[in-house]
Design a binder for this molecule. Structure first.
Ligand code: APR
Length: 189
């Protein structure tokens, strides 16, 4: 039953076991949080990403999936790279964004909690920057995934880079019945 925290800050400075990167399908870096994480983790991160197999030409992580690398020079021991959808106003957008959050948590649970006893994970507002996802809808999707089952994770931190994003996630967190143990239906449903 995770403890959920909504924090404002720079995810590269988080002292959690794993941070989630909002990457693109190449996994070869970019701007936004992807660029910040690559700068903070150092050049070995790009080498590790290049070594991940392509599932099709130019694609190492399809949208909605997640891949794992070490954190290298970050204080976080691991990085979970996920790819959210570029917002186009289609029904598939919500499905893919939920899948990105779900794949990240599932990979953390399966590979890091079960095997290494990892306890804490930090996630950014995936798809809410360059990919243009509306903040309130993205935040609600993130909370829906957190509440869809009792994740075997001790602490989940959403780390938001600016006030507007932080407020959107705070609103979604409160609306999702913050006091209830995740894995139970939020109040009012
Ligand atoms: N810490 C936490 N959050 C951050 C940081 C940081 N250091 N830097 C940026 N963010 C926030 C943005 O403000 C936004 O709210 O991360 C959220 C996601 O924005 P992007 O990083 O632009 O990611 P996304 O919208 O998913 O677009 C992905 O952008 O950087 C490229 O390679 C990436 O092509 C991919 C695309």
């Amino acid at each position: 039953m995770p403890k959920i925290e909504i924090a404002k800050g720079d995810i590269t400075r988080e002292t959690v076991d794993a941070i989630v990167n909002a990457a693109n399908e190449t996994l070869l870096g970019g701007g936004g949080v992807d660029g910040a994480i690559h700068r903070a983790a150092g050049p070995r991160l790009l080498e590790a990403c290049r070594a991940l197999p392509e599932v099709r030409p130019g694609v190492r992580c399809p949208t909605g999936e997640a891949r794992l690398t070490p954190g290298f020079e970050l204080s976080a021991r691991w990085i979970i790279h996920t790819v959210g959808p570029r917002y186009r106003g289609r029904p598939d957008d919500a499905r893919l964004l939920a899948s990105a959050f779900r794949s990240s948590l599932a990979l953390f649970e399966r590979e890091l909690v079960a095997v290494h006893g990892a306890r804490s994970i930090a996630l950014p507002a995936v798809s809410c920057g360059v990919y243009g996802y509306p903040l309130d809808e993205a935040a609600r999707i993130a909370m829906d995934v957190l509440y869809e089952r009792a994740w075997n994770v001790e602490t989940v931190r959403f780390v938001l880079f600016n006030d507007e994003t932080w407020r959107a996630f705070e609103r979604a967190f409160s609306a999702a019945g913050a006091g209830d143990a995740p894995g139970t239906a939020p109040r009012g449903t």
